[in-house]
Design a protein around this ligand. Sequence first.
Ligand SMILES: [Zn+2]
Length: 398
Amino acid sequence: MGYQLQIYLKSPVCISKNKGVGNVIETVDYVPGNTIRGALAIRYLEIQGRWDQEKRLYALPEENREFNDIFNSDKMCFHNAYIEGKRVVPFTASSCKYQGGFLDSKRDMHGVRDTLIELARYELTGEYDRDRFDICGEICKAPMDRFRGYYAKESEAIYEKGTIFKRFIARTALNEYFETASSGNLYTVEVLNEGQTFIAELNEGLFDRLKPLFDKSIIRIGRSKSRGLGEVEIRVRKTEEDNGHLLVNRFKELNNKMKNLVPGKFFFTLTLLSDAIVLDEILRYKSTIEINDLLDSTQNSPSEAIEVLQKFKLLRGVLSTRIISEWNYALKLPQEDSLSIEKGSVFLFMSESLSDNKIIQLTTILNTIENTGLGERRNKGYGRVRFCDEFHWEDNIK
Ligand SMILES: [Zn+2]
């Protein structure tokens, strides 16, 4: 059984990309875990708390433990909600420059390819298949281009791209001290259109807590909440879980493909399902993920399994970074900017030959990391990973 938090947009929603100044405010195209967590926390305070006029905040009864258990616990992770629960297309995906898109019988799309295996081959042998890497293929000789967005695998070799509808609307600025209209200041807000559903995964613990409190409740998220934007309905649901193949099988399938190109080595991939914030030992932001960064999430694993993991080295990363500027709504202050490695980034790790026993140890420890995530702020949706994702090895042309 799987668990989901569904967010149905009853009105347009803007979740601003950055907190900077300017008169066009762009929205992100998903609902970040941090936004969901903040909005539910405010709703909780409104229901269970008492308004303190002097301090201008909601106060909870002293005996209330539930709030901290749900909103300030490392065990309760609020994941990002993506359009209809689709996945982020990995950065290794590419498609025809002119007819780019998943294969489709109704429209003339030339299909999507994952380039990771060819990249690894080039890195290790200096050879690559130009017809599968640089150009679209036999029929169309167009160059290949990056392919970004969200996708779901609907059935055998049928993929669907997630479409997100947005538009711009004009607004008058608010006076930031009085929260009233500030005359003469017009700005434009980009919004996610109403009528769309964004879905986040939940773990069982969080499902049990959120279901009685928030199922079918209406809350407000994002910017300009006071003026007709940001109204959403929350649904907390059980689903038929389908997480695709078990990790041990994904590992085998990936390595079966790699074996023909580079014999005698073992590989695993790490694909970021959400942005990750990774710090080095002196707390600087990192722009890559190395084996040491995985070890934080494996503290309770047997030492032999950790040794197997440490045999791997980063061979290649296909990644991008971005600055996260978040706003602390409780304090009405901007938070310090941080650097994240963007969702969709892919890392390929390689080791020498491994025995069957070591492969089992490795996939067990990778499973643990998949369940806990990696890096900082995991309870706000950061650092979700998937190893040996099917996208890299299943269906050559999708
Ligand atoms: Zn083409």
